[in-house]
Write a protein that binds this ligand. Structure first.
Ligand code: 3PG
Length: 307
């Protein structure tokens, strides 16, 4: 009998677990749960005799892969897979997958939750501003970017996007104006929403040179990854530009300093909340479970990210 472990430091909604269990039961597999673990040793113990693992932002490094002696597949229930050591997995013959798109709307809605909260001065009674008519730049036009565009258009915003991997015609089909490079996006848009993955090319790529050219009211929203921001550039921007605002779903290392010195213009969720909705959990959880069953039953490797 195959065993699936759901290992989530940040647990799924109960409804998601029920759905994952029903996919697993139907396939005749055993489902195990390791939620809210605090020590890596708990993960190392839990993976020892399972065939498949479903994770979120949980770290699956070489040590975890080594401890998982029977492991054949690990599925990241979500988009970004920078938390899996892909090379180590490949070396061990473990297939790594993600579930692209399944939590994209949830992340996009959080972008607007944070933007509205800030535009209305965190509901302190003072006169705020509206999103309608403002320019928003979507940095990377993947699944989350597409959802951000849909919602932004609903608000009556002017929507621009930059993504070297997406054809301009695709953006135009979504009523989005494509731009030729990052500089043009940042120069044009008061709001910029980040949706780039964290990799060697993107780490610290959102730097001072780029954000300093944003127009007045510059508001940078990061629901992507901590690593893509140059954190020193953030401090510099906050000090130099009294209009600069940073809204993030991932606390930077200088969170304490930014919260202390720039509280009115800086907001960070206490824990990554973008994908933390029942709907996103259910969608990503079911997709992950189905991908595992299809992999074992039919050898289906669609969504493999470490080919
Ligand atoms: C993702 O890459 O899918 C998002 O960042 C969500 O991550 P989470 O599942 O840890 O909330």
């Amino acid at each position: 009998m195959k065993r699936i472990l759901v290992a989530t430091d940040k647990p799924f909604a109960l409804s998601a677990i029920r759905n994952i269990k029903s996919v697993s039961d139907k396939a005749g597999y055993e489902l195990r749960l390791l939620e809210k673990y605090t020590e890596k040793s708990q993960l190392l113990e839990a993976v020892a005799d399972v065939d498949a693992i479903i994770i979120r932002s949980d770290i699956v490094d070489a040590e975890v892969l080594e401890a998982a002696r029977k492991l054949k597949i690990v599925v990241r229930a979500g988009a970004g897979y920078d938390n899996i050591d892909l090379a180590a997995a490949k070396l061990k013959g473990v297939v790594a997958m993600n579930t692209p798109g399944q939590n994209a709307n949830a992340v996009a809605e959080l972008v607007f939750g944070m933007m509205l909260m800030q535009a209305r001065n965190r509901y302190d009674g003072k006169s705020g501003t509206e999103l309608m008519g403002k320019k928003i730049g979507i940095h990377a036009f993947g699944n989350v970017g597409v959802n951000v565009a849909r919602i932004a258009l609903g608000f009556g915003m002017k929507v621009f996007a930059y993504d070297p991997f997406v054809k301009k015609e695709v953006m135009i089909a979504y009523n989005v104006t494509p731009v030729d490079n990052e500089e043009e996006l940042y120069k044009t848009c008061q709001y910029v929403s980040l949706h780039i993955p964290a990799n060697d090319k993107t780490k610290k790529s959102i730097n001072y040179q780029l954000i300093k050219i944003m127009p007045f009211g510059a508001t940078l929203i990061n629901t992507a990854r901590k690593e893509v921001i140059d954190e020193e550039a953030l401090s510099k921007m906050f000090s130099e530009r009294k209009d600069f605002i940073y809204l993030t779903d991932i606390e930077p290392s200088n969170n304490a300093e930014l919260s202390r010195d720039f509280a009115a213009r800086y907001f960070a969720t206490p824990k990554k909340m973008g994908a933390q909705t029942a709907e996103a959990n259910v969608n990503a959880g079911i997709a992950a479970a189905n991908q595992i069953v299809r992999f074992f039953e039919n050898g289906d490797t669609t969504f493999q990210v470490n080919k």
